[in-house]
Design a protein around this ligand. Structure first.
Ligand SMILES: Cc1cc2nc3c(=O)[nH]c(=O)nc-3n(C[C@H](O)[C@H](O)[C@H](O)COP(=O)(O)O)c2cc1C
Length: 174
């Protein structure tokens, strides 16, 4: 798949088949996350945690449901894999920027290899101050959970969307 096609096909997937992705697919996504631009090249200010344990995923999801005040809301959408991106707490703003770059690289890669994905912030915010969950998710001391990406096989194959110029306002100063 060409880059532009993967960008056009990438969309937030919120319904997953109940099968785990392969180790090979996971590793490709992790490699492309590692290839993302990171401020000042300080890759050591980030950490990934691959969460594929159903019990832990359900606990994270349940915290999200509580946060959103609705037990019927499942903010991880039943996805079998969550990659948590944590970043150094001494510059949260930069960590958030870095995490976003990483997640987007992962999301486009996921599309390229036929996986569904979705950027997860709400549920990550919900668990940021939950010490027990942060420990279970192996968030190191001095780091904060910044962003997540869920991965799995999509229930519905994404269609290639038309690339347009009208979603984000643009002004030219020439
Ligand atoms: C910073 C950020 C946070 C997001 N957080 C969530 C989230 O917590 N849950 C969710 O379902 N989608 C989340 N999204 C996905 C957006 O809702 C989605 O990208 C947007 O509506 C555009 O749709 P598309 O991804 O299908 O193109 C997030 C996206 C970004 C960039």
């Amino acid at each position: 798949m060409k880059t532009k096609e993967a960008v056009a096909r990438r969309c937030s997937c919120r319904a997953y088949k109940p099968y785990q992705i392969s180790e090979k697919e996971l590793n490709i996504v992790l490699q492309c996350g590692n290839a993302a631009p990171v401020g000042m090249g300080k890759f050591e200010t980030l950490k990934f945690t691959v969460i594929q344990n159903r019990e832990l995923l359900d606990k994270i999801d349940a915290e999200g449901s509580k946060f959103f005040g609705d037990p019927n809301v499942h903010p991880l959408y039943g996805a079998p894999t969550l990659i948590l991106v944590s970043g150094k707490a001494d510059d949260v703003e930069l960590s958030m920027c870095n995490a976003s770059c990483v997640v987007e690289n992962m999301a486009i890669t996921a599309t390229d290899i036929g996986l569904g994905s979705c950027y997860i912030r709400g549920n990550i915010k919900a668990i940021t101050y939950n010490k027990e969950l942060c420990e279970a998710m192996k968030v190191p001391e001095g780091f904060v959970p910044c962003a997540g990406i869920i991965l799995g096989y999509p229930v519905k194959e994404p269609e290639e969307r038309e690339l347009t110029m009208d979603k984000i306002q643009v002004e030219y100063v020439r």
